[in-house]
Write a protein that binds this ligand. Structure first.
Ligand SMILES: [Zn+2]
Length: 457
């Protein structure tokens, strides 16, 4: 997770991270975590008869417990939900229920503060800090990425009827996928227990109950349905559970106070999760040798695990050793077939060496990254830098236009796209792309101006 800016900018990046670990509503991006969520959801998405790649699971940095659906088919999970869950099966239970809201076509009702709720910012730390350094636009970028429809669960609630129907649908999906309802039940019982303990004053921590009203008979009904299902007694998937423990440890290490993380994962804990959590905790404190000792312990356990290599590369890059980061990041990129976030990190390390010899490779990997995931403003920014360094100004302008339109900087996007077109071969693919961006940015600019006028009047 948590690709950050390296080399010359390492000090700034670490300062940002230390000063404000994560803003209230940030989207966290991590390859391993996203792959895990996809695999967790896949059998349930199939059971729900939804198109396979059509449901996305997004992780928000918020540490309260919540999950909700917004923007059509995106399930948002709060980091707090992952932190408080004990099993992959609990998270799977939540996903099954949220899928029930999707198939039921339930529209979350907005309550107080709905306008403030649309302010989710993007934090692929990569992109997040890039945007901070650029001085603007991360809210606009996030709004672009989420189609301006995502909102914060805190202010939203389903009706009780919808809750019952999502429960029933979720149970049917679990059953069809052959997954025991024990995880789902454990999660709801945990929430009910927390609600009793925390009472009203602390209920901000368990926003899930506000967005998904928990009535007394809901759990009883679910238990009844689950216990009768043939899958009830089925053991949990051991592999998914191991992956869950890794993802949870990373998240805690990344978001948590290092001292707290080290209490939860003390040095005597030699599990993968233990090393993972401590690597982040030490890295957060700029204890580079300790952080690297933890990643090396991980790599010793599994030398070809791309995520262990990614983390080691990231720590090296962010501690000002981009040359040392190249080998592990090249390997991680190759092992994941240029997975976009990892390839972008590698491209960043190549550029951070400030060695022109690496420009060609940087261009190659960054192009591969944006080919697989266009919505990666940080990769576009990097790619623009490579093109400019290589004297290819039309493509540098085109890359800037891509990044600016994603960041909500429409005026500059129009200008960059026009400049790019002037230098590109007419009707070539890049020229056509520049033209598209110009038109897109113009119409977004008009819409923005219209909205501003509406607000002023
Ligand atoms: Zn619900």
């Amino acid at each position: 997770m948590f690709h950050r800016i390296g080399a010359r900018l390492a000090a700034i990046a670490l300062a940002c991270v230390a000063a404000q670990p994560v803003s209230a509503q940030s989207l966290l991006r991590d390859t391993e975590t996203e792959a895990f969520f996809q695999d967790l959801a896949a059998p349930l998405v199939k059971a729900a008869d939804l198109p396979e790649r059509n449901v996305d699971i997004a992780l928000l940095s918020t540490r309260s417990i919540n999950a909700f659906v917004a923007g059509g088919q995106i399930i948002y999970l709060h980091a707090g939900l992952i932190e408080k869950a004990d099993t992959a099966a609990e998270v799977q239970g939540v996903i099954a229920h949220e899928l029930g809201h999707i198939t039921g076509g339930h529209i979350i009702r907005q309550g107080e503060g709905a306008r403030a709720a649309t302010n989710i910012s993007l934090l692929s730390l990569l992109a997040g800090i890039g945007a901070v350094l650029a001085g603007a636009g991360d809210a606009g970028m996030a709004a672009m990425m989420m189609g301006q429809r995502a909102a914060i669960g805190k202010f939203l609630a389903y009706s009780r009827g919808e809750e019952g129907s999502a429960d029933a649908a979720g149970a049917a999906f679990l059953s069809k996928a052959g997954i025991s309802g024990r995880g789902s039940l454990a999660f709801f019982e945990k929430l009910a227990g927390m609600e009793m303990r925390y009472a009203v004053s602390r209920d901000a921590e368990i926003e899930y109950i506000r967005s998904h009203p928990l009535t007394s008979d809901r759990i009883a009904t679910l238990r009844d349905v689950y216990e009768r299902d043939p899958a009830w007694g089925r053991p949990y998937d051991v592999k998914l559970q191991a992956r869950f423990e890794r993802v949870k440890a990373k998240l805690i290490g990344y978001l948590g106070e290092p001292a707290q993380t080290l209490r939860q994962y003390p040095p005597t804990d030699l599990s993968v999760a233990g090393h993972y959590a401590r690597a982040y905790a030490y890295h957060k404190q700029a204890l580079v040798p300790q952080a690297l000792a933890e990643t090396r312990a991980l790599i010793a356990k599994a030398p070809e695990d791309p995520y262990f290599l990614e983390l080691e590369g990231q720590i090296l890059l962010e501690s000002g050793q981009p040359d040392a980061a190249l080998a592990v990041l090249a390997r991680a990129t190759a092992l994941t077939n240029a997975q976009p976030l990892i390839a972008t990190l590698y491209g960043h390390a190549l550029l951070a060496t400030e060695n022109p010899k690496h420009h060609e490779e940087a261009e190659r990997v960054l192009r591969a990254a944006v080919a697989r995931d266009r919505y990666n403003p940080f990769a576009w920014r990097q790619l623009g830098t490579v093109y400019a360094a290589r004297g290819d100004m039309p493509r540098a302008n085109l890359a800037s236009a891509e990044q600016q339109v994603m960041s909500g900087d429409y005026l500059r996007a129009v200008r960059s796209a026009r400049t790019a077109q002037a230098g590109l071969v007419e009707n070539s693919a890049d020229w056509l792309r520049a033209q598209d961006i110009e038109m897109q940015a113009r119409s977004l600019l008009e819409r923005q101006e219209k909205q501003n006028r509406g607000r002023a009047g």
